[in-house]
Design a protein around this ligand. Structure first.
Ligand code: TRH
Length: 376
């Protein structure tokens, strides 16, 4: 019997800010290790960002977390080297890759975008001028001609099992200190600061239906403290009319998935929570990471164009209106929020179909593994 040799991988990650860089790299490392049997050395310059999303420790036998500053000058590079988000490898390491007996494969993992140009750039190579070594650009994306999205093999089965099992749900709610009210609209908030947040609070507070807004610690909770004019701490609730604001501790990444599975509307941001909200198959509002020259607006529109295909005109308009206000710092009248709340059943149905269609694509780690096997 032929036993395939295990692939060793060096995955390099620099944390620019927040948690997305660490969050994406951790998910990729875990999918490569668990789903594909790779051994991963994860080199991070700020392991403390990872510690926030894995507070109980990493506990992954095939992932070896190393601090970037401890990278030895004479390190033997791995079979496959992934540089996340153009984080720039040390010169000595690139030279060692070029000199490595048996060769090495080198990928740059790019940021996610729904824009059309991604298809033309995915898989292209550039050569290191000093050594001639090829580096391939690996673009995540939403179409078959991109590198796909991070989705571990068992994710959707775990999501569906959790949704079907009240005891599993209660276990997570108890761990997170949550008491969801079945009569209340359930929302989660993990965004950056936006002037539209105050209009959301007002619309929910003045609504006919009770609502619970679950808010993990961080920038959005701090913004809410200013809106409410009082400190908000995990474990405490703050009532404003029909709205019950529930601060939560920043939680393990896997528990955050379950929170997204639970809610009727998830307000998410950046890259990783944005993708996870899509796998939750529930309506989402995306606060995109702001870029210079408003480059993020083209990215946002490209995503909404894809997402809204096949969605009815009323729900499309409601979804676009709240995205425009939230991301362009525009005022948002209460009617626009109420239009969104009214559209939630249609948006949920659409989110289920959207997640199912995305799940027909090969996931990012599987595509990277296949790419790694193709001869250059
Ligand atoms: O934190 P983000 O804003 O991260 C990023 C970075 O800013 C990065 O520089 C930028 O390039 C990128 O966005 C686009 O948002 P994101 O990507 O959603 O990452 C958040 C991570 O935190 C994600 O892995 C989920 C995790 N998380 C937890 O583990 N526990 C929690 O309680 C919450 C709310 C999130």
């Amino acid at each position: 019997m032929h036993v395939a040799a295990r692939i060793d991988c060096d995955l390099f990650c620099r944390v620019i800010d927040n948690f997305g860089d660490a969050g994406v790299c951790w998910r990729l490392a875990r999918a490569l290790a668990r789903d594909h049997g790779w051994r991963v050395r994860l080199w991070m310059d700020m392991p403390e960002a990872l510690a926030r999303i894995k507070p109980a420790g990493l506990n992954e036998p095939d992932i070896d977390l190393r601090h970037w500053t401890t990278l030895p000058a004479d390190l033997e590079p791995a079979d496959c080297v992934i540089e996340a988000f153009a984080c720039e490898l040390p010169r000595s390491y690139i030279d060692a890759m070029a000199a490595r007996a048996g060769g090495t494969r080198w990928f740059n993992l790019e940021y996610l975008s729904a824009e059309d140009w991604v298809e033309g750039c995915h898989g292209l190579a550039s050569r290191d001028p000093a050594t001639g070594l090829a580096k391939h650009f690996f673009f995540p994306g939403f179409t078959a001609r991109t590198g796909g999205l991070l989705r571990e093999r068992d994710l959707l089965a775990r999501r569906d099992a959790w949704r079907a099992d009240a005891a599993l749900q209660q276990a997570i709610f108890a761990r997170l200190g949550m008491q969801p009210d079945p009569a209340a609209l359930q929302l989660t908030l993990f965004s950056y600061e936006s002037p539209a947040l105050v209009s959301l609070v007002d619309a929910l507070a003045g609504g006919d239906r009770p609502a619970q807004l679950w808010v993990p610690e961080g920038r959005a909770l701090t913004a809410l403290e200013q809106i409410c004019g009082q400190p908000l701490a995990p474990g405490e609730a703050c009532q404003r009319g029909a709205l019950d604001i529930r601060p939560l501790h920043f939680m393990d990444q896997d528990d955050y998935d379950a929170l997204l599975w639970h809610a009727d509307l998830n307000i998410v941001r950046g890259e990783d929570s944005f993708v996870r909200a899509q796998w939750a198959a529930r309506p989402l509002l995306w606060h995109i990471y702001r870029q210079q020259d408003d480059a993020h607006i083209a990215k946002l529109d490209a995503f909404l164009d894809r997402l809204c295909t096949g969605l009815g005109p009323g729900a499309t308009q409601a979804l676009r209106a709240v995205h425009a206000a939230w991301n362009r710092d525009l005022p948002l009248p209460a009617e626009s929020w109420h239009a969104l709340f009214a559209a939630l059943p249609a948006l949920r149905q659409h989110a289920e179909a959207w997640a199912a269609s995305l799940a027909r694509q090969s996931d990012l780690a599987s595509q990277l593994v296949s790419f790694n096997q193709t001869p250059i």
